[in-house]
Design a protein around this ligand. Structure first.
Ligand code: MN
Length: 230
């Protein structure tokens, strides 16, 4: 974490390590894709005819791999969601699907940590999702593997283990909006910049995390993401 001096003290700039490089990737925004795998929509009793959508988490919710995540306040149903994360490397608005992958700097593993009880309460009352999704320490992200060093690992599987037990294991190809579609659609709504992370949605198998849990998310070829819940 780098800090800059300000009139009220020091401000930490969220950033991530990059595999094979000394320089870090400074994080500007965190976008997330919701309901992007059919099997996950079904397990949440969602409408399979509704398209995916986007929401955000604050950039300072980033947690580094290997760190400890405090069990959050105000919830009794704290869930893990393993997701592939896109790191944007080139600015663009209204990006065509055909050239969308040219805007990807690299990929990482992410956990879209969720206060499921608050998310469900917000949804039932038609309120924004921030209480369920955008809390402190809600965005663990692993090291980024740049495309020029690892390509686009979109034909692989994503998995999550909880204390060594496999809870999630699905093909990234099962995304409803694939990576080019996510970039094309999001860039129609918000101009994308280097430093923007996009969580691509979680497959089925989400569940509650408990204090003391070790969570590990992996995609073959990407740096593993591990966190412990305190
Ligand atoms: Mn998610």
């Amino acid at each position: 974490m780098h800090t800059i001096p300000t009139i009220y003290g020091e401000l930490a700039v969220p950033s991530l390590p990059v595999a094979g490089q000394d320089q870090r990737y400074a994080v500007r925004r965190i976008y997330c894709t919701g309901k992007n795998y059919l099997a996950h929509v079904r397990e949440m009793n969602g409408d399979v005819n509704e398209p995916p959508f986007f929401f955000q988490k604050p950039a300072d919710a980033i947690v580094q791999s290997g760190a400890t995540v405090p069990y959050p306040p105000a919830t009794r149903d704290f869930h893990y969601e393993a997701e592939l994360v896109i790191a944007i490397g080139r600015r663009g608005a209204d990006i065509p699907r055909e050239s969308a992958l040219d805007h990807v700097y690299g990929y990482a593993l992410g956990l879209d940590l969720t206060r499921r009880d608050l998310q469900n309460l917000c949804a039932a009352k038609q309120l924004p999702w921030e209480a369920g999704k955008a809390f402190d320490h809600s965005a663990p992200v692993g090291a980024i593997r740049p495309v020029d060093n690892g390509g686009h690992p979109l034909d692989r599987r994503i998995s999550l283990t909880q204390n060594g037990v496999v809870r999630q294991d699905a093909a990234l190809a099962d995304m409803i909006w694939d990576v080019p579609a996510i970039i094309a659609r999001l860039s129609q709504s918000c101009e994308l910049y280097p430093g923007d992370l996009i969580f691509t949605g979680t497959p089925e198998g989400v569940g509650p995390a408990q204090r003391g849990d070790e969570l590990a998310a992996s995609v073959e070829g990407l740096p593993e993401l591990t966190v412990r819940i305190a």
